[in-house]
Design a protein around this ligand. Structure first.
Ligand code: NIG
Ligand code: FE
Length: 404
């Protein structure tokens, strides 16, 4: 039974106490048995029974729960650096999308890529994410937009889950946009989603969640209601991309349908905030997307004050958020979203786990939970997220096994 000792400070990130309470313990120790945590506390309080177990030295570092990345579009063909140049010079994201670029340009590249090519490229990203202290990654489809290519993406995630140590949680995002071949018959695409794609994904357990993009260029509230109600009937949990580029009543719909999370929310309404608070929908903030698209930040303070749990994630994708660097997103969340580093740490651990409905199992360092944790070379969470450096993570354990 290994014991990690000589921990300068450990943040348990237990859910209790609200967003700002990260539960720091100075001079801590952590004991685990196989993949589960046995004991966490001050090293001086280490029970006798663990005194002679194999000790691992944390060298005075900071220990946090393995970071939970709860919103990515991990597998995609190509990149869109040419669009980034245009956007940098002032061309709006939505205008590029309306001209057939944006998501649809990645759909073309993803359809052209083989499953093996997508596995190899995504595996490279996961290997880098692991080094940052990330131990769980949610991955969306949504760049296939036909049955075969959506299934190809979900198969990529299924393969990645077994070939590397990070946990992969898959989300079906066939309702990311209406593909060009259905531009004049969108009702037929919705029928395809409802009658064929969602049943296939659910029956073959290819995803746990169903997601949708509600926006002028994507789906309407009424269409979303139809698609998501169907997904619920098939036992999928719900996530929604809402209120990102304009206010659209998406947060209210997420609450009405009992979604696990509503993501983006830069333009969430007061009513949307209240309805999320009343129904326990997690707000997933994506500061890299707000930053790259020059959108106003999510009103995190209003959400927190209303009692909504705020998670922090990258939204890693080739368009709006071309970086998988979660600690960078966390620093942006402090600065742009007016969240304290401790609030952000809970946002990327226990609240992100809640956004995956996995908070009973991961996201905090408590007895009985999975032994997923990382050592960070910093004296406190404040110093870590303030003095931003390339990577301050020095070691990572996933399910009790050291992977970095
Ligand atoms: O989460 N909002 C919709 N979808 C992605 C963007 C995808 C892209 O630009 O390729 C997002 O921001
Ligand atoms: Fe997204």
């Amino acid at each position: 039974m290994p014991v990690l000792t000589n921990i300068g400070i450990l943040y348990t990130c237990a859910y209790e106490g609200g967003q700002a309470e990260a539960h720091p313990i100075k001079n801590a120790a952590i004991v685990w048995e196989k993949d589960k945590i046995e004991w966490v506390g001050r090293e001086t309080d280490l029970p006798d029974q663990y005194q002679h177990e194999e000790a691992v030295d944390a060298n005075g570092g900071m220990v946090i729960p393995g970071l939970v990345e709860c919103h990515t579009h991990l597998a995609f063909g190509g990149w869109r650096a040419d669009e980034y140049e245009l956007r940098s010079l002032g061309r709006p994201y939505i205008e590029i999308a309306k001209a057939g670029g944006g998501i649809l340009s990645t759909v073309r590249a993803t359809r052209a890529a083989s499953e093996d090519e997508l596995v190899e490229k995504s595996l490279g990203h996961l290997q880098e994410m692991k080094k940052l202290g990330i131990t769980t990654v949610e991955c969306k489809s949504g760049y296939g937009l036909n049955k075969d290519d959506e299934i190809k993406l979900l198969n990529v995630y299924r393969r990645l889950d077994v070939m590397q140590p990070l946990d992969i949680i898959s989300t079906f995002l066939g309702a990311h946009m209406v593909p060009p071949e259905y531009a004049d018959k969108r009702a037929d695409y919705i029928t395809l989603l409802i009658k064929e794609m969602i049943p296939y994904v659910a029956d073959n357990q290819l995803a746990q969640f169903c997601d949708i993009f509600i926006e002028e260029t994507a789906f309407t509230i009424d269409e979303a209601y139809t698609i998501l109600s169907n997904a619920l009937d098939y036992g999928l949990m719900l996530k929604l991309h809402v209120d990102q580029l304009s206010a659209g009543g998406g947060a209210e719909l997420a609450a009405e349908l009992g979604a696990v999370s509503a993501d983006h929310l830069e333009y969430v309404s007061e009513k949307g905030i209240l309805s999320m608070a009343n129904t326990g929908v997690v707000a997933v903030s994506l500061p890299l997307a707000s930053f790259y698209l020059r959108q106003p930040a999510i009103p995190a303070r209003k959400l927190i004050e209303a009692g909504v749990d705020v998670a922090v994630s990258t939204d890693f994708n080739p368009g709006s958020a071309p970086s998988y660097h979660l600690p960078y997103a966390m620093t942006l969340a402090c600065t742009l979203q007016h969240m304290s580093p401790a609030e952000v740490l809970k946002g990327a651990t226990i609240n992100a786990a809640k956004a995956l409905s996995m908070h009973g199992d991961i996201g905090s360092l408590e007895a009985g939970k999975r032994a997923d944790f990382a050592i960070i070379d910093a004296p406190s969470v404040n110093q870590w997220l303030y003095n931003f450096r390339g990577n301050q993570c020095t070691a990572v354990w996933k399910d009790g096994i050291q992977i970095v």
